[in-house]
Design a protein around this ligand. Structure first.
Ligand SMILES: CC(C)(COP(=O)(O)OP(=O)(O)OC[C@H]1O[C@@H](n2cnc3c(N)ncnc32)[C@H](O)[C@@H]1OP(=O)(O)O)[C@@H](O)C(=O)NCCC(=O)NCCS
Length: 159
């Protein structure tokens, strides 16, 4: 995947490599997010951002046909505010498109404004497709107070 410079440091984006599952899980938990249902297989649809070889951010998809749950967007605290989260979001949207996903869904307790700035709109949790409502995150792991948001993913203009 591509490289880009975020606020002076070079970022590389890739999938999770063999042996990195625990590192990624630790990062997600250290950012206050759950990993209760996370499996190695699920991580095939995860993207990590690296700076000088160290994983500094992660984001994942749980794909359900043309819909997907966007989950586990987490950036190491010392790398926040430098565009890593935004670039991960762009990368996962491109990946979603490449996999035939046309609509993303998420639940968030803390980052509603962040996602709204990236084109996500609030939605009714109970009105999401059954495949999304049946994910562990929707069923049990995210409290009712979490905000549900969705976004249609489309190719960038001119592509
Ligand atoms: C949300 C998160 C991924 C953003 O990562 P990041 O690398 O700091 O994001 P960026 O640098 O691309 O964007 C930062 C901008 O978003 C804003 N922002 C970051 N987190 C935010 C939040 N929770 N709510 C509102 N705005 C937020 C910052 O203020 C900053 O705004 P600015 O550009 O005007 O200064 C990171 O804060 C994080 O890991 N949070 C903990 C885990 C989490 O809540 N994940 C989302 C739920 S799945």
């Amino acid at each position: 995947m591509a490289s880009s410079i975020a606020e002076g440091f070079e970022l590389t984006f890739s999938g999770i490599r063999p042996g990195e599952f625990e590192t990624v899980s630790d990062l997600i938990r250290s950012c206050g997010l759950h990993t209760d249902d996370l499996t190695g297989e699920m991580c095939r649809d995860f993207i990590v951002a690296r700076s000088e070889g160290t994983i500094v951010g992660v984001v994942g998809l749980e794909r359900k046909g043309s819909h997907a749950l966007l989950r586990s967007l987490a950036v190491a605290e010392s790398f926040r505010g430098a565009g890593v989260g935004s670039r991960l979001l762009e990368a996962v949207e491109r990946y979603a498109l490449s996999q035939g996903v046309s609509r993303l869904h998420l639940l968030t307790l803390t980052a509603k404004r962040f996602f709204a700035r990236h084109g996500f709109g609030t939605a009714e949790r109970g009105r999401q497709p059954a495949s999304i409502r049946n994910t562990a995150e929707f069923r049990t792991l995210c409290p009712e107070t979490a905000v549900c948001m969705t976004k249609d993913v489309a190719p960038p203009p001119g592509s």
